[in-house]
Design a protein around this ligand. Structure first.
Ligand code: COA
Length: 318
C-alpha cells in the first residue's frame, strides 16, 4: 500500500487558559495532586470559539506550510467526537469555510482519542483512488462541551484544541500502521443527544491499564513490521492522556523518556487533537529532521488503539 508523507502541519488552541488552581475553586482537588497523577498544569477551554474556527485555522496553517492551496486537496477527513453539528459533518463545515473542490470528499471519523491515526490510515488507503494526491486531515475537539465540570476525576484531564496535517500519497514512502478495536462501551463513554447531559464518563484505572497493555505491544508490532529496533526510532509521539502512562510505556519499551514528545502540561488531553498538535509543535521547534523515523501511538474510547511508523521528509527534500 502507498505510504503517506506529511507536507505541512497546523494547530489552533482556544485563548482561554484554565489552570489547576482554577479547577480547584470548583471541585475538591489541588494543583499538586493533578500534576503528580497526570502531569497536567493547565488546559484551554473555548470561550466562544467554535470547533469550526479552530479546525479551519489549523487547516489553513497546514496548507500554507505545505505550500498548497485548497484546489490541490482531493480528500478531507476530520477526526472528532465533539463536532459543531450532528450533521453536516465537521469535515463538511471545513469544506465550506475553506472552499474545497466539489470532487474532494469530506467526512468525519469517530475513533475517540485514536481518531487521527484512523484518519491517517484511511487517507493512506483512499488517496491513491482520489482525483488529487493530497489530503487534509484534521483532529480536534471541544471536550469542554461534554466534560462534567463537577466530576473531579474527568474535568481535570481534558482540554480543547485542534491540529491538522496536509499529507501526500507516495508509493515510495515507508508506512507501517496498525489499528485495533475492542468494543467496550462501558469504559469510556458519552451519551448522544437526549434528555441526559452528554457528559463523558470514564473508568480511569481501566483506561490506564488498557493503555499499558496495548500501547507497548502496538509499538513492538510496528517495529516488527518495519524490521526496526526500538532505538532506531528517533521520535515517539504518544497520545497525550497522562504523563504517567507515557512514562510507563517508555519504561516498558526500555526507550529513554526524552524520545517521547510531551506537551500534556500545557493542554491536557485534547483527544483526536493531541497527535497533530504535537507534530505541529515539533515542526515549529525544528525537532523533526529529514530521514528520522517517527512513531505515533494512540489509544482511547471504543476501546480503540492505533499507531503509525513513518520516515520524516523535510520540506527541502520534497
Ligand atoms: N483530585 C484529587 N483527588 C482525586 C481527583 C482529583 N482530581 N480525582 C480522583 N481523586 C481521588 C479519588 O477519589 C480517590 O480517592 P479515594 O482513594 O479516597 O477513593 C483517589 O484520588 C485515587 O483515585 P484513583 O482513581 O485511584 O487515581 P488514579 O491514580 O487512577 O488517577 C486518573 C486517576 C483519572 C488521573 C487516572 O486513572 C488516569 O489518568 N487514567 C487514564 C484516563 C485517561 O487517560 N483517559 C482518557 C483516555 S484517551
Amino acid at each position: 500500500m502507498n505510504g503517506l508523507q506529511i507536507l505541512g502541519t497546523g494547530r489552533a488552541l482556544p485563548a482561554h487558559r484554565v489552570t489547576n488552581d482554577d479547577l480547584a475553586q470548583r471541585v475538591d482537588t489541588n494543583h499538586e495532586w493533578i500534576v503528580a497523577r497526570t502531569g497536567i498544569h493547565e488546559r484551554r477551554f473555548a470561550q466562544g470559539e467554535t470547533l469550526t474556527q479552530l479546525t479551519v485555522q489549523a487547516a489553513r496553517q497546514a496548507l500554507e506550510r505545505a505550500g498548497l492551496t485548497v484546489a490541490d486537496i482531493g480528500l478531507c477527513i476530520t477526526a472528532t467526537v465533539t463536532p459543531d453539528y450532528l450533521t453536516p459533518s465537521q469535515a463538511c463545515l471545513i469544506h465550506q469555510e475553506l472552499g474545497l473542490p466539489e470532487d474532494c470528499p469530506a467526512f468525519d471519523l469517530s475513533a475517540g482519542c485514536t481518531g487521527f491515526l484512523y484518519a491517517m490510515e484511511t487517507a493512506a488507503a483512499m488517496l491513491p483512488r482520489m482525483s488529487r494526491p493530497y489530503a487534509l486531515l484534521v483532529g480536534g475537539e471541544l471536550l469542554s462541551r461534554i466534560v462534567d465540570m463537577d466530576d473531579r476525576s474527568t474535568c481535570i484531564l481534558f482540554g480543547d484544541g485542534a491540529g491538522a496535517a496536509v499529507v501526500k500519497t507516495d508509493p515510495e514512502a515507508p508506512w507501517f500502521c496498525h489499528l485495533g478495536t475492542r468494543g467496550r462501551q462501558e469504559v469510556l463513554w458519552a451519551l448522544g443527544p437526549g434528555n441526559h447531559p452528554a457528559y463523558l464518563h470514564m473508568d480511569g484505572q481501566e483506561v490506564f491499564q488498557f493503555a499499558l497493555e496495548t500501547v507497548p505491544a502496538l509499538a513492538r508490532q510496528l517495529l516488527d513490521k518495519a524490521g526496526l529496533d526500538k532505538d532506531q526510532v528517533d521520535w515517539y509521539v504518544p497520545h497525550q492522556a497522562n504523563h504517567r502512562i507515557v512514562a510507563s510505556v517508555a519504561k516498558r519499551l526500555k526507550v529513554p523518556l526524552e524520545k517521547f514528545y510531551e506537551n500534556i502540561a500545557s493542554y491536557g488531553n485534547t483527544s483526536a487533537g493531541t497527535i497533530p498538535i504535537a507534530l505541529d509543535e515539533m515542526v515549529e521547534q525544528g525537532l523533526l529532521k529529514d530521514g528520522q523515523w517517527v512513531m505515533c501511538l494512540g489509544f482511547g474510547a471504543g476501546l480503540t488503539w492505533g499507531g503509525a511508523l513513518f520516515r520524516w521528509k523535510s520540506m527541502e527534500e520534497r
